[in-house]
Design a protein around this ligand. Structure first.
Ligand code: LLP
Length: 441
């Protein structure tokens, strides 16, 4: 398993993260347990800040959909990044955490009137408008609230990125954004410029997630700049901001080759500056929205190994006490992960096993065919790079409570999301009076 952030193997031969022995963490907080390496998370924020903001005065906006809770909002705020949110729930979380509202970028392809009204009321920095309905709705609501909304219009550049079908977004046939190629994006720009309560600041695009090819990004930047120039020529309007989305890939397992953030910044900014010069227009301020590459490698999930089942001549299954409920990514995207036995981190990798979850579903697998030391029930399995799209996509299938999350740093572990209790599971259940008599609840 690749060691991320502050991970190391300690004197006891145990996996340690943030100075905390993970075997002790499992004992103290129980399993499954999400462990977040604070210094790794912060370092990833800093890498982006240095590569984009320090070097090019570009803005970095952390994509909260990858992982968000109150403590994460505080870390992102302290590191000086903006926050990309996609729902009223995410805005509520950020607001409660005291995140500066003007640094919030509000995304979403179907924002409800209530969500838009709430965002106007709290005063989010930018509305990332996805379609004509939203543009008109926002203009009306802003009128009622006597406010002007700072808008970035989401467009579809028609780029096919090399990634899983479900996480591609830049292609023409997408639920996101207005298409450049068929003229609808230009109609959107013109409409936005006409509307009184809309202050059009720029354009946005996002081609997908878990992408390694920098060429896809520079090509996207070129397509976007050609459009910025076309807007300038047709309307005389010069866009100030260009948001090129997130998506930089991370290392999950062998074969993944993430690029340094600085190369990504140089490629994106280089392409934008080059085109600005070619078209002789001012270069817009660049914005990027990384999620996975900030929180992904900072997260590790600890599980207890339970049943071990060998189907002779076929396969050996290790079943753990979590699974698709806390990490649905293999089931959804055939995602690959690496893992180690945290209590046997120095022992030789002597057998090939597959790690299964505990849900009633054959697809509930975490890892197929991984080499581990000989495992026994009670061992602690640590799956790495689970910081992104794990907790944020977790669910209660089979009424499994969601795990807790601890933030580790310098030998200290602090709970930042408590484990769901069985009481939490029934918290919203109601029993009609006529049924209550017949039950034992
Ligand atoms: N900006 C926009 C508009 C996005 O749609 C996304 C991700 C991001 C930024 C952040 O992308 P990142 O840097 O994290 O790749 N659940 C899937 C990923 C879905 C990505 C959705 N949008 C997964 O687990 O792989």
């Amino acid at each position: 398993m690749k060691l991320n952030g502050t991970m190391r193997v300690n004197e006891k031969g145990h996996l340690e993260i943030g100075g905390c022995d993970t075997v002790d963490l499992a004992r103290e907080f129980g399993t499954p347990l999400y462990v977040l390496d604070e210094m790794c998370f912060r370092q990833n924020c800093r890498d982006y800040y240095l590569a984009f903001t320090h070097k090019y005065a570009a803005k970095v906006v952390y994509a909260g959909k990858a992982l968000l809770n109150l403590a994460i909002c505080r870390l992102v705020d302290e590191e000086g990044l903006g926050l990309d949110v996609v729902s009223e729930g995410e805005i509520f979380t950020a607001h409660k955490a005291g995140f500066p509202v003007e640094r919030i970028y509000f995304h979403g392809n179907n924002k409800s009137p209530a969500e838009l009204a709430m965002a106007l009321e709290v005063g989010v920095g930018r509305f990332m408008v996805d379609n004509f309905c939203e543009l008109d709705l926002l203009n009306n609501l802003a009128g009622e609230a006597d406010k002007v909304a700072g808008v970035i219009l989401r467009v579809t550049p028609g780029i096919e990125a090399h990634t899983h079908e479900y996480i591609k977004t830049g292609q023409i046939d997408s639920k996101f954004g207005l298409v450049i190629e068929n003229g609808q994006a230009m109609e959107g720009v013109k409409r936005a410029l006409e509307l009184e309560k809309i202050d059009l600041k720029g354009l946005h695009c996002h081609i997908g997630s878990q992408i390694f090819e920098l060429d896809s990004y520079s090509h996207t930047a070129e397509v976007m700049m050609a459009f910025v120039n076309q807007i300038y020529e047709e309307t005389g309007f010069c866009l100030e901001e260009l948001d090129l989305g997130g998506g930089l890939g991370v290392y999950y397992a062998e074969g993944d080759q993430p690029r340094p953030v600085q190369d990504y910044a140089d490629a994106l900014v280089g392409a934008v500056l080059d085109r600005a010069e070619k078209y002789n227009i001012p270069a817009p301020r660049i914005i990027v929205e990384p999620g996975r590459s900030i929180c992904g490698p900072a997260g590790t999930t600890l599980y207890s190994v339970g049943a071990i089942k060998e189907i002779r001549g076929v396969r050996k299954y290790l079943a753990v006490d979590g699974g698709m409920g806390d990490n649905p990514r293999l089931a959804l995207y055939q995602a690959r992960y690496e893992a180690c036995l945290a209590n046997k981190a120095e022992q030789p990798l002597s057998e090939t096993v597959s790690v299964a979850g505990k849900c009633c579903e054959s697809g509930d697998m975490l890892i197929w065919d991984i080499k581990l030391p000989r495992a026994e029930s009670g061992d602690i399995l640590a799956v790495s790079c689970t910081g992104a799209y794990n907790y944020s996509m977790s669910m209660n299938y089979n009424r499994l409570p969601r795990p807790a999350m601890v933030l580790v740093r310098g030998g200290r572990a602090e709970l930042i999301t408590r484990r769901e209790s069985f009481e939490d599971l029934i918290m919203n259940d109601l029993v009609p009076e006529r049924l209550a008599k017949k039950t034992t609840v």
